[in-house]
Every structure is written in structure tokens, then in C-alpha cells.
Design a protein around this ligand. Sequence first.
Ligand SMILES: N=CN[C@@H](CCC(=O)O)C(=O)O
Ligand SMILES: [Zn+2]
Length: 416
Amino acid sequence: MKILLVNIKELVQVEEEPKLWVAGKDMAKVHTIKDAFLLLRDEMIVDFGSMEELNGRDLDNYDVLMEIDCTGRMVFPSFCDSHTHLVYPASREQEFVDKIKGLSYEEIARRGGGILNSANRLHEMSEEELCVSALERISEIIYKGTGAVEIKSGYGLNPEDEIKMLRVIRRLKESTPLAIKSTFLGAHSIPMEYRDNPSVYVDQIINEMLPRIADEELADYIDVFCDTGFFSVADTERILEAGTKYGLRAKIHANELGLTGGVQVGVKNKALSVDHLEYLGDDEINVLKHSQTMPTILPGAAFFLDLPLSPARRLIDSGLPVALATDFNPGSSPSGDMKFMQSLGCIRYKMLPEEVINATTINSAYAMGISDGYGSIARGKAANVFITRDIPSYQYFPYAYNSELIETVILRGEIQ
Ligand SMILES: N=CN[C@@H](CCC(=O)O)C(=O)O
Ligand SMILES: [Zn+2]
């Protein structure tokens, strides 16, 4: 299948020489081509340039099956959402109401609500039921412009239910056009029965869950919620080291609730990303500067839980890269809308439109280990793009924070 998009008002996030991420001052730059064409063949981007250049190309090589006139409309690479929990049993709006009445996320968790509430409900559900509800969320995010998504387990919290979740994610990989990466998050919360002795649960993760998950090749990455009231740095280190032995690179939840050492233990264990980062000091920033770890901010969780804001400007002004992801989950971020994350990035974190474009495409692709094939318009990368409505500029995209601006979604070279 070949699709030729012509008369594109502006082709956004073009890379002649692909990079793995963009950092510091470079985050404020986005390369675009005005009045452009884009050629997709099968599942790949094969060519692009200005309309003038298209007229000079040998059109016989362009035996196009479908031509789309994009007059007035822009084309972006699909979003890469590098942090979600979108396989979950049910929404948790009762906790939303409890929070309005004054309870904190940590208080709800201490009472056995929160993640444990989801774990109890997930235990009652079949793989099939979980798959059906996850597919509805997947369909929603596809039309909101997401082309790649990372999905975590972590509402199982015992060997059978963690494996059930990871099998659901495998089914999603096989049955949707999205690029999906799967992360084992057995260390999402300490089950009630282990609260007095968390290391027994950590032993179970290491000795019972990991070998089975590795044997069935159910996970690409490993995660730990390393934070106040959840897993300690020492337990995190044990779990990450065990994961590394099975070839699972770390992507961890860190510094959402305090300065807990999560960033340091993540970097020490060569994490692909450290995510949340509401609490960051000089030490964390210095450690990140000497790493290959992507600092990832989750603006939806901070918005929904009214958390302090991660210092995005400080990170970028220190020369670091930043990625943004949704954290789509029923407790702290019930939204998978990457365009809204861009708007929050601009409005609340003072990131420029160019910076949020980089943070939601190439940098978030890096944070899920796929920036060699996704996250920009480059020859040989996946044909995952969306066509906007008629909009005045690319800055308008995060500016119009509640408008539906995506008209057509193309994933793996096929219109969705
Ligand atoms: N912070 C830890 N885990 C999730 C929340 C999951 C939940 O509350 O169900 C997060 O990333 O925000
Ligand atoms: Zn999360």
C-alpha cells in the first residue's frame, strides 16, 4: 500500500538525520517543511520534501494507490506515550470524590484503596474481560493521535494476576496497530498481607514472578514504584538487579511523593527513564546529566492529584532532555490524551510548543526504547502520522487545549 500526502501546509518534526533524543536548547527547535509532501509505503515513511521537490521526482516511482490532499492541514508524527497503566479493571471515581472531600492519594492508599482497590477488582476479572476494556481505551487514544504506547502490569500483585495482566498486554500487541511495549510492575504496591514484611513480597517478585515472566517473554521492561510509603531504595535495587539478569531494562516511578533516592537508584541501574519527578534537587539533576536516562514528567497525574510541579524548565535549562507521557490509569490520571499533556506542559510547566512537541514524540519514543523507529518524520521510520484539521500554526495545537484537532490517523501506513 502506498499513500501520498500532498499540499501539506506544514510537515512537522522532520528529521533528515535521525537522533535518539533532543536535549537542552535543542528542545526549542522543531524542523518543519512548509507546502510539503509525504510518501508512505507499507508500514514505513519512504520519502518527504517540498511540493516543488515532488514535482522534480520521477513520478513513475510513485505508483501511488491513494493520494490525500492536505491543503490547509498539518501532518505530525504520532505521539509516543511512554508511561501508561491502561489495562485496568474499573474506574475509581469514588476515590476522586474522597479526594475532593480532603483525603490525599497516600491516605487512600494506606486505607487499602488506590492500587490495592484495583488489584482486588482485577483478581475477579478474566483475561478476556480485561482485554475488552483495554481495547476501548486503545481505540480512544488512537483517535487522539497516539501511535505507540507503553503499558504496565501492576494491578495483579501476585504471580497469577501479574501474568494475567501481561498476557492481556501481549494480546493487545498482537491485535492493535499500535507499537506496544510491556513493562512488569509487580512492585507497584505492597499487598496488605506483606505490609509488615515487604521483603517477603520482594522475594516473591524476584523468585516467583520474574522467572515465569521471562520464560513466557511477557515483558520488555521492569518498573518499581520507589517512593515514600511504597518501595525502598534497597528493595528497588534488588528488583532492578534481578530484572537486569533477565534482560529487562528499568523504567521506574520515582520522586512523586518525596526526595527518596529514586532517581539515583534508577540511573545507577541504567534505567531507560525515571518518571514523575515532582521532587527534584540539585543532586538528582547532576546524576541525570551523566546518564542515558530520560527524565519523564507525567503532567496528568500532577494535575489530577494537585501535586507540586516537576521543574521542567530547570531540567531543560540544565541541558537535559525531557519526555512527557500520560500515566493513563484509574487512580491518578484517567486520561490518555497526549495533546492535553502538551497543553499542560506549556501552561503549567512553561515549556514552549516546540519543547512539548519534542517531549511527546522523539523523547517519549526514547523513553520506551523505540526512538530509532518512531517519534519523527524520517525515512525508514514507521508510517505513524496524523493529519490535523485546518489550523493556523503548530503552536495552535497545544494552545487550543480542549479542541479536537486531529482529522485523520494513519498507523502502519493504514488509515484508521
Ligand atoms: N504512582 C504510582 N502509580 C500510578 C498510579 C496508579 C493508581 O493509582 O492506580 C501512577 O503512576 O500515578
Ligand atoms: Zn505510573
